[in-house]
Design a binder for this molecule. Structure first.
Ligand code: TXA
Ligand code: MG
Length: 408
Protein backbone atom coordinates (compact mmCIF):
# COMPACT_ATOMS: atom_id res chain seq x y z
CA UNK A 1 0.00 0.00 0.00
CA UNK A 2 1.42 3.46 -0.94
CA UNK A 3 1.94 6.04 1.82
CA UNK A 4 -0.88 8.25 0.47
CA UNK A 5 -3.32 5.35 0.37
CA UNK A 6 -2.23 4.34 3.84
CA UNK A 7 -3.02 7.82 5.21
CA UNK A 8 -6.36 7.88 3.41
CA UNK A 9 -7.10 4.49 4.91
CA UNK A 10 -6.18 5.82 8.36
CA UNK A 11 -8.46 8.85 7.96
CA UNK A 12 -11.39 6.72 6.82
CA UNK A 13 -11.12 4.21 9.66
CA UNK A 14 -13.81 5.17 12.20
CA UNK A 15 -12.53 6.18 15.61
CA UNK A 16 -13.63 3.67 18.22
CA UNK A 17 -15.30 5.23 21.26
CA UNK A 18 -15.34 3.43 24.58
CA UNK A 19 -18.52 4.29 26.50
CA UNK A 20 -18.22 3.52 30.22
CA UNK A 21 -21.32 1.92 31.70
CA UNK A 22 -22.24 1.55 35.34
CA UNK A 23 -23.39 -2.05 35.73
CA UNK A 24 -24.94 -1.36 39.16
CA UNK A 25 -27.16 1.36 37.66
CA UNK A 26 -29.14 -1.11 35.53
CA UNK A 27 -31.86 -3.21 37.12
CA UNK A 28 -34.60 -5.41 35.71
CA UNK A 29 -37.37 -5.18 38.32
CA UNK A 30 -38.90 -8.57 39.16
CA UNK A 31 -41.34 -9.71 36.50
CA UNK A 32 -40.48 -7.02 33.93
CA UNK A 33 -38.59 -7.16 30.63
CA UNK A 34 -37.60 -3.48 30.61
CA UNK A 35 -34.65 -2.14 32.61
CA UNK A 36 -34.57 0.85 34.90
CA UNK A 37 -31.33 2.80 34.44
CA UNK A 38 -30.39 5.15 37.29
CA UNK A 39 -27.25 6.66 35.70
CA UNK A 40 -27.72 9.28 32.96
CA UNK A 41 -24.37 8.42 31.32
CA UNK A 42 -25.22 4.72 31.18
CA UNK A 43 -28.71 5.53 29.88
CA UNK A 44 -27.21 7.70 27.12
CA UNK A 45 -24.58 5.08 26.24
CA UNK A 46 -27.28 2.41 25.89
CA UNK A 47 -29.41 4.72 23.70
CA UNK A 48 -26.44 5.65 21.48
CA UNK A 49 -25.45 2.01 21.07
CA UNK A 50 -29.04 0.88 20.40
CA UNK A 51 -29.52 3.59 17.75
CA UNK A 52 -26.27 2.59 16.08
CA UNK A 53 -27.41 -1.05 16.02
CA UNK A 54 -30.83 -0.08 14.68
CA UNK A 55 -29.09 1.72 11.79
CA UNK A 56 -27.60 -1.63 10.78
CA UNK A 57 -24.16 -1.34 12.43
CA UNK A 58 -22.13 -3.36 14.92
CA UNK A 59 -21.55 -2.49 18.60
CA UNK A 60 -19.40 -4.26 21.20
CA UNK A 61 -21.04 -4.92 24.57
CA UNK A 62 -20.13 -6.81 27.75
CA UNK A 63 -21.85 -10.05 28.68
CA UNK A 64 -21.33 -12.15 31.78
CA UNK A 65 -19.26 -14.61 29.70
CA UNK A 66 -17.09 -12.58 27.27
CA UNK A 67 -17.49 -9.33 25.30
CA UNK A 68 -19.75 -9.73 22.25
CA UNK A 69 -19.71 -8.08 18.83
CA UNK A 70 -23.41 -7.41 18.29
CA UNK A 71 -25.61 -6.60 15.31
CA UNK A 72 -29.32 -6.99 14.56
CA UNK A 73 -29.88 -10.74 14.26
CA UNK A 74 -32.89 -10.47 11.98
CA UNK A 75 -31.24 -8.15 9.46
CA UNK A 76 -28.92 -10.11 7.20
CA UNK A 77 -26.95 -7.06 6.02
CA UNK A 78 -26.25 -6.02 9.62
CA UNK A 79 -25.29 -9.58 10.57
CA UNK A 80 -22.94 -9.74 7.57
CA UNK A 81 -20.94 -6.90 9.17
CA UNK A 82 -20.09 -9.20 12.09
CA UNK A 83 -18.45 -11.70 9.74
CA UNK A 84 -16.63 -8.89 7.94
CA UNK A 85 -15.38 -7.22 11.13
CA UNK A 86 -14.13 -10.44 12.75
CA UNK A 87 -12.88 -12.09 9.58
CA UNK A 88 -15.21 -14.94 10.55
CA UNK A 89 -15.72 -17.83 8.11
CA UNK A 90 -19.31 -17.65 6.78
CA UNK A 91 -20.09 -21.26 7.65
CA UNK A 92 -19.73 -20.65 11.41
CA UNK A 93 -23.23 -19.89 12.82
CA UNK A 94 -23.94 -17.12 15.35
CA UNK A 95 -25.73 -17.12 18.70
CA UNK A 96 -28.85 -14.93 18.91
CA UNK A 97 -29.24 -13.01 22.18
CA UNK A 98 -32.69 -12.12 23.54
CA UNK A 99 -33.74 -10.10 26.58
CA UNK A 100 -37.12 -11.77 27.20
CA UNK A 101 -39.14 -14.90 26.46
CA UNK A 102 -41.46 -12.87 24.24
CA UNK A 103 -38.46 -11.97 22.06
CA UNK A 104 -37.63 -15.67 21.73
CA UNK A 105 -41.04 -16.85 20.49
CA UNK A 106 -40.99 -15.37 16.94
CA UNK A 107 -37.59 -16.98 16.24
CA UNK A 108 -39.13 -20.45 16.60
CA UNK A 109 -41.74 -22.27 14.48
CA UNK A 110 -45.26 -21.39 15.70
CA UNK A 111 -46.09 -25.06 16.44
CA UNK A 112 -42.91 -25.69 18.44
CA UNK A 113 -43.26 -26.54 22.13
CA UNK A 114 -40.40 -26.67 24.65
CA UNK A 115 -39.48 -30.14 25.95
CA UNK A 116 -39.78 -30.59 29.75
CA UNK A 117 -35.95 -30.67 29.96
CA UNK A 118 -35.63 -27.36 28.09
CA UNK A 119 -38.29 -25.82 30.33
CA UNK A 120 -36.35 -26.85 33.45
CA UNK A 121 -33.03 -25.61 32.08
CA UNK A 122 -34.39 -22.28 30.83
CA UNK A 123 -36.06 -21.65 34.18
CA UNK A 124 -32.89 -22.52 36.10
CA UNK A 125 -30.20 -20.90 33.92
CA UNK A 126 -31.83 -17.99 32.07
CA UNK A 127 -30.82 -15.27 32.05
CA UNK A 128 -27.32 -16.78 31.99
CA UNK A 129 -24.49 -18.58 30.25
CA UNK A 130 -26.49 -21.39 28.64
CA UNK A 131 -27.19 -21.41 24.88
CA UNK A 132 -29.93 -23.70 23.51
CA UNK A 133 -30.37 -24.97 19.97
CA UNK A 134 -33.97 -24.54 18.79
CA UNK A 135 -35.61 -25.29 15.47
CA UNK A 136 -35.53 -22.03 13.53
CA UNK A 137 -38.44 -20.13 12.05
CA UNK A 138 -37.01 -19.79 8.53
CA UNK A 139 -39.32 -16.84 7.77
CA UNK A 140 -37.75 -14.80 10.58
CA UNK A 141 -34.17 -15.97 11.23
CA UNK A 142 -31.87 -15.25 8.27
CA UNK A 143 -29.75 -18.05 6.80
CA UNK A 144 -26.57 -16.05 7.48
CA UNK A 145 -27.19 -16.44 11.25
CA UNK A 146 -27.54 -20.22 11.20
CA UNK A 147 -25.08 -20.88 8.36
CA UNK A 148 -27.91 -22.66 6.58
CA UNK A 149 -28.69 -25.08 9.43
CA UNK A 150 -32.27 -25.89 10.47
CA UNK A 151 -31.49 -24.84 14.06
CA UNK A 152 -30.84 -21.49 15.70
CA UNK A 153 -28.72 -21.06 18.85
CA UNK A 154 -30.22 -18.64 21.41
CA UNK A 155 -29.34 -17.35 24.84
CA UNK A 156 -30.61 -14.69 27.24
CA UNK A 157 -27.56 -13.02 28.81
CA UNK A 158 -27.69 -12.08 32.49
CA UNK A 159 -25.26 -9.16 32.26
CA UNK A 160 -27.37 -6.06 32.96
CA UNK A 161 -25.73 -4.03 30.16
CA UNK A 162 -26.17 -6.80 27.57
CA UNK A 163 -29.77 -7.46 28.50
CA UNK A 164 -30.59 -3.75 28.71
CA UNK A 165 -29.04 -3.04 25.30
CA UNK A 166 -31.21 -5.75 23.69
CA UNK A 167 -34.29 -4.48 25.55
CA UNK A 168 -33.66 -0.84 24.58
CA UNK A 169 -33.08 -1.79 20.91
CA UNK A 170 -36.16 -4.04 21.19
CA UNK A 171 -34.47 -6.48 18.84
CA UNK A 172 -32.57 -9.75 19.19
CA UNK A 173 -28.82 -9.36 18.67
CA UNK A 174 -26.43 -11.81 17.06
CA UNK A 175 -23.14 -11.67 18.93
CA UNK A 176 -20.03 -13.79 18.68
CA UNK A 177 -17.08 -13.04 20.92
CA UNK A 178 -15.65 -9.61 20.05
CA UNK A 179 -12.24 -10.73 18.80
CA UNK A 180 -10.61 -11.26 15.43
CA UNK A 181 -11.45 -14.85 14.43
CA UNK A 182 -9.03 -17.37 15.89
CA UNK A 183 -7.87 -15.22 18.83
CA UNK A 184 -8.74 -15.67 22.54
CA UNK A 185 -12.10 -14.17 23.49
CA UNK A 186 -11.96 -10.74 25.17
CA UNK A 187 -13.00 -10.41 28.80
CA UNK A 188 -12.24 -6.68 29.19
CA UNK A 189 -12.98 -3.63 27.06
CA UNK A 190 -9.24 -3.03 26.59
CA UNK A 191 -8.81 -6.51 25.06
CA UNK A 192 -11.49 -5.61 22.50
CA UNK A 193 -9.94 -2.23 21.83
CA UNK A 194 -6.57 -3.81 21.01
CA UNK A 195 -8.19 -6.23 18.54
CA UNK A 196 -10.95 -4.12 16.96
CA UNK A 197 -9.81 -0.48 17.25
CA UNK A 198 -11.04 1.38 14.18
CA UNK A 199 -13.27 -1.52 13.16
CA UNK A 200 -16.23 -0.67 15.43
CA UNK A 201 -17.67 2.71 16.40
CA UNK A 202 -18.63 1.88 20.00
CA UNK A 203 -17.48 -0.41 22.78
CA UNK A 204 -19.69 -0.42 25.86
CA UNK A 205 -17.31 -0.90 28.79
CA UNK A 206 -18.92 -2.75 31.68
CA UNK A 207 -15.67 -3.81 33.35
CA UNK A 208 -14.28 -7.36 33.41
CA UNK A 209 -16.65 -10.23 32.53
CA UNK A 210 -17.54 -12.40 35.52
CA UNK A 211 -17.43 -15.86 33.93
CA UNK A 212 -14.48 -15.23 31.61
CA UNK A 213 -15.22 -17.88 28.98
CA UNK A 214 -18.15 -18.45 26.65
CA UNK A 215 -21.58 -19.93 27.25
CA UNK A 216 -22.31 -23.66 27.24
CA UNK A 217 -24.01 -24.67 23.97
CA UNK A 218 -26.54 -27.53 24.25
CA UNK A 219 -28.61 -29.45 21.74
CA UNK A 220 -31.65 -31.23 23.19
CA UNK A 221 -33.47 -31.63 19.90
CA UNK A 222 -32.61 -35.26 19.14
CA UNK A 223 -35.42 -37.86 19.23
CA UNK A 224 -33.73 -39.68 22.15
CA UNK A 225 -34.21 -36.53 24.28
CA UNK A 226 -30.59 -36.54 25.53
CA UNK A 227 -28.91 -33.19 26.11
CA UNK A 228 -25.78 -32.98 23.98
CA UNK A 229 -23.17 -30.45 25.07
CA UNK A 230 -21.65 -29.10 21.87
CA UNK A 231 -19.42 -26.65 23.71
CA UNK A 232 -18.72 -26.77 27.46
CA UNK A 233 -18.82 -23.29 29.01
CA UNK A 234 -19.98 -21.07 31.84
CA UNK A 235 -22.80 -23.37 33.03
CA UNK A 236 -21.23 -26.66 34.11
CA UNK A 237 -22.35 -30.15 33.07
CA UNK A 238 -22.66 -31.00 36.77
CA UNK A 239 -25.10 -28.09 37.28
CA UNK A 240 -27.16 -29.09 34.23
CA UNK A 241 -27.41 -32.68 35.49
CA UNK A 242 -28.38 -31.52 38.95
CA UNK A 243 -31.07 -29.17 37.65
CA UNK A 244 -32.61 -31.96 35.57
CA UNK A 245 -32.51 -34.40 38.49
CA UNK A 246 -34.05 -31.95 40.91
CA UNK A 247 -36.57 -30.09 38.79
CA UNK A 248 -37.98 -32.55 36.24
CA UNK A 249 -41.33 -33.70 37.54
CA UNK A 250 -41.28 -37.03 35.68
CA UNK A 251 -38.19 -38.70 37.16
CA UNK A 252 -38.45 -41.59 34.66
CA UNK A 253 -37.62 -39.36 31.69
CA UNK A 254 -34.60 -37.45 32.98
CA UNK A 255 -32.31 -37.14 29.94
CA UNK A 256 -28.62 -38.00 29.90
CA UNK A 257 -26.18 -35.12 29.49
CA UNK A 258 -23.56 -36.10 26.92
CA UNK A 259 -20.42 -34.10 26.25
CA UNK A 260 -19.24 -34.05 22.66
CA UNK A 261 -15.93 -35.91 22.18
CA UNK A 262 -15.98 -37.11 25.82
CA UNK A 263 -19.22 -39.15 25.76
CA UNK A 264 -20.13 -39.30 22.09
CA UNK A 265 -18.81 -38.59 18.62
CA UNK A 266 -20.83 -37.14 15.80
CA UNK A 267 -19.38 -37.27 12.32
CA UNK A 268 -22.04 -34.95 10.91
CA UNK A 269 -21.28 -32.09 13.27
CA UNK A 270 -17.56 -32.71 13.03
CA UNK A 271 -17.76 -32.20 9.27
CA UNK A 272 -19.24 -28.71 9.71
CA UNK A 273 -18.07 -26.12 12.20
CA UNK A 274 -21.13 -26.25 14.43
CA UNK A 275 -19.08 -25.84 17.58
CA UNK A 276 -16.02 -23.67 17.97
CA UNK A 277 -12.70 -25.18 17.13
CA UNK A 278 -13.99 -28.19 15.25
CA UNK A 279 -12.86 -26.84 11.95
CA UNK A 280 -11.12 -23.54 12.55
CA UNK A 281 -8.18 -22.39 14.63
CA UNK A 282 -9.42 -20.98 17.93
CA UNK A 283 -8.38 -19.12 21.05
CA UNK A 284 -4.77 -18.76 19.87
CA UNK A 285 -2.65 -15.82 20.97
CA UNK A 286 -0.04 -14.45 18.55
CA UNK A 287 2.71 -16.66 20.04
CA UNK A 288 2.96 -20.47 20.39
CA UNK A 289 1.24 -22.09 23.36
CA UNK A 290 2.34 -25.42 24.87
CA UNK A 291 0.05 -27.44 27.10
CA UNK A 292 1.90 -29.09 29.99
CA UNK A 293 0.22 -32.35 30.98
CA UNK A 294 1.02 -32.95 34.62
CA UNK A 295 -1.49 -35.69 35.49
CA UNK A 296 -0.11 -38.29 33.01
CA UNK A 297 1.15 -41.56 34.48
CA UNK A 298 3.55 -42.56 31.70
CA UNK A 299 6.05 -41.09 29.25
CA UNK A 300 6.60 -37.93 31.25
CA UNK A 301 9.87 -36.02 31.23
CA UNK A 302 11.24 -33.87 34.06
CA UNK A 303 10.06 -30.28 33.61
CA UNK A 304 13.62 -29.01 34.03
CA UNK A 305 14.79 -31.24 31.13
CA UNK A 306 11.96 -30.00 28.96
CA UNK A 307 12.98 -26.38 29.53
CA UNK A 308 16.68 -27.13 29.04
CA UNK A 309 15.85 -28.87 25.79
CA UNK A 310 13.63 -26.00 24.69
CA UNK A 311 16.39 -23.49 25.24
CA UNK A 312 18.91 -25.58 23.32
CA UNK A 313 16.83 -26.04 20.20
CA UNK A 314 17.37 -23.43 17.46
CA UNK A 315 13.65 -22.59 17.56
CA UNK A 316 12.38 -21.23 19.78
CA UNK A 317 15.78 -20.67 21.42
CA UNK A 318 15.05 -16.97 21.04
CA UNK A 319 12.15 -17.50 23.45
CA UNK A 320 13.74 -15.69 26.33
CA UNK A 321 10.44 -14.37 27.62
CA UNK A 322 8.20 -17.27 28.59
CA UNK A 323 4.66 -16.76 29.88
CA UNK A 324 3.45 -19.37 32.38
CA UNK A 325 -0.20 -19.93 33.31
CA UNK A 326 -0.71 -22.34 36.19
CA UNK A 327 -2.80 -22.75 39.35
CA UNK A 328 -1.63 -20.99 42.53
CA UNK A 329 -0.78 -24.31 44.21
CA UNK A 330 1.15 -25.71 41.23
CA UNK A 331 4.61 -27.08 41.84
CA UNK A 332 5.76 -25.32 38.67
CA UNK A 333 6.39 -22.01 40.45
CA UNK A 334 9.25 -23.43 42.58
CA UNK A 335 10.85 -24.89 39.48
CA UNK A 336 10.93 -21.58 37.62
CA UNK A 337 13.15 -19.84 40.13
CA UNK A 338 15.82 -22.52 39.68
CA UNK A 339 15.93 -21.97 35.90
CA UNK A 340 17.25 -18.47 35.60
CA UNK A 341 19.67 -18.51 32.70
CA UNK A 342 18.34 -17.34 29.34
CA UNK A 343 14.76 -17.09 30.59
CA UNK A 344 12.63 -14.19 31.74
CA UNK A 345 9.53 -15.73 33.30
CA UNK A 346 6.19 -13.94 33.09
CA UNK A 347 3.78 -15.52 35.54
CA UNK A 348 0.00 -15.57 35.40
CA UNK A 349 -1.61 -17.19 38.41
CA UNK A 350 -4.82 -18.99 37.41
CA UNK A 351 -6.08 -19.24 40.98
CA UNK A 352 -6.41 -22.19 43.37
CA UNK A 353 -6.81 -25.53 41.58
CA UNK A 354 -9.90 -26.33 43.68
CA UNK A 355 -11.78 -23.22 42.49
CA UNK A 356 -12.45 -23.86 38.78
CA UNK A 357 -14.68 -20.74 38.36
CA UNK A 358 -11.65 -18.59 39.24
CA UNK A 359 -9.48 -20.48 36.74
CA UNK A 360 -12.14 -20.00 34.04
CA UNK A 361 -12.33 -16.29 34.89
CA UNK A 362 -8.55 -15.86 34.56
CA UNK A 363 -7.77 -18.01 31.50
CA UNK A 364 -8.43 -15.71 28.49
CA UNK A 365 -7.38 -12.70 30.54
CA UNK A 366 -4.04 -14.47 31.13
CA UNK A 367 -3.50 -15.41 27.48
CA UNK A 368 -4.26 -11.85 26.38
CA UNK A 369 -2.27 -10.07 29.06
CA UNK A 370 0.81 -12.26 28.50
CA UNK A 371 0.51 -11.60 24.76
CA UNK A 372 0.39 -7.90 25.55
CA UNK A 373 3.54 -8.22 27.69
CA UNK A 374 5.36 -9.48 24.60
CA UNK A 375 6.25 -13.02 25.65
CA UNK A 376 7.73 -15.27 22.97
CA UNK A 377 5.79 -18.33 24.01
CA UNK A 378 3.42 -19.55 26.72
CA UNK A 379 3.16 -22.67 28.85
CA UNK A 380 -0.19 -23.65 30.37
CA UNK A 381 -0.51 -26.32 32.99
CA UNK A 382 -3.45 -28.67 32.66
CA UNK A 383 -6.27 -28.53 35.22
CA UNK A 384 -8.79 -31.17 36.27
CA UNK A 385 -11.68 -31.51 33.82
CA UNK A 386 -14.33 -31.04 36.45
CA UNK A 387 -16.97 -28.31 36.62
CA UNK A 388 -15.62 -25.19 34.79
CA UNK A 389 -12.34 -27.12 34.33
CA UNK A 390 -14.01 -28.99 31.45
CA UNK A 391 -14.51 -25.74 29.52
CA UNK A 392 -11.06 -24.49 30.51
CA UNK A 393 -9.37 -27.59 29.08
CA UNK A 394 -11.57 -27.45 25.95
CA UNK A 395 -10.22 -23.93 25.25
CA UNK A 396 -6.64 -24.73 26.30
CA UNK A 397 -6.40 -27.75 23.98
CA UNK A 398 -7.50 -25.59 21.07
CA UNK A 399 -5.16 -22.74 21.98
CA UNK A 400 -2.15 -25.07 22.31
CA UNK A 401 -0.19 -26.02 19.21
CA UNK A 402 1.89 -28.46 21.20
CA UNK A 403 1.46 -30.79 24.19
CA UNK A 404 4.13 -32.26 26.45
CA UNK A 405 3.79 -34.56 29.48
CA UNK A 406 6.07 -33.49 32.32
CA UNK A 407 6.66 -34.22 35.99
CA UNK A 408 8.18 -31.95 38.62
O1 TXA B 1 -20.84 -16.66 25.68
C1 TXA B 1 -21.07 -16.67 24.47
O2 TXA B 1 -21.69 -17.58 23.93
C2 TXA B 1 -20.50 -15.50 23.66
C3 TXA B 1 -21.20 -14.22 24.14
C4 TXA B 1 -20.83 -13.02 23.33
O3 TXA B 1 -22.58 -14.42 24.18
N1 TXA B 1 -20.70 -15.72 22.26
C5 TXA B 1 -19.98 -16.64 21.59
O4 TXA B 1 -20.23 -16.69 20.24
O5 TXA B 1 -19.15 -17.36 22.10
P1 TXA B 1 -19.27 -17.43 19.22
O6 TXA B 1 -19.78 -17.10 17.88
O7 TXA B 1 -17.88 -17.07 19.51
O8 TXA B 1 -19.55 -18.93 19.49
C6 TXA B 1 -20.85 -19.47 19.25
C7 TXA B 1 -20.78 -20.84 18.76
C8 TXA B 1 -20.46 -20.86 17.26
O9 TXA B 1 -19.09 -20.94 17.01
C9 TXA B 1 -21.17 -22.08 16.76
O10 TXA B 1 -20.25 -23.12 16.62
C10 TXA B 1 -22.20 -22.41 17.84
O11 TXA B 1 -22.08 -21.45 18.85
N2 TXA B 1 -23.49 -22.32 17.17
C11 TXA B 1 -24.18 -21.23 16.81
N3 TXA B 1 -25.29 -21.57 16.14
C12 TXA B 1 -25.32 -22.92 16.08
C13 TXA B 1 -26.21 -23.87 15.53
N4 TXA B 1 -27.32 -23.51 14.90
N5 TXA B 1 -25.88 -25.17 15.66
C14 TXA B 1 -24.77 -25.56 16.33
N6 TXA B 1 -23.89 -24.69 16.88
C15 TXA B 1 -24.16 -23.40 16.75
MG1 MG C 1 -15.73 -16.99 19.67
Amino acid sequence: MSLTRFFRFLCMAPATRILKCDVQAVVFPQGTDQPTVSSQDTHDALRTAADHLLSGNTVVFPTETVYGLGALALDDKAAAKIFETKGRPPDNPLIVHVSSMSMLQPLLPSDYTFSPAYQVLMKRFWPGALTFLFPRNADVVPTIITAGQPTVAVRMPSHPIARALIAVAQAPLAAPSANISGKPSPTRAEHVHRDLDGKVAYILDGGPCGVGLESTVIDGLHPDGDIRVLRPGGVTVEDIEQALRQDMSDKTTIPRVLVHKRDYADETIEAVPTTPGMKYRHYSPAVPVTLLLTQSQSKTIPFQDYIRNLLQNPTPSSAVKIGVLAPTDSRIWDQLSSIVQQVEWHRHDLGPSDTPPVIAHRLFDGLLSLEQRGVDMMLIEEVLEEREGLAVMNRVRKAAGDTVAVHF
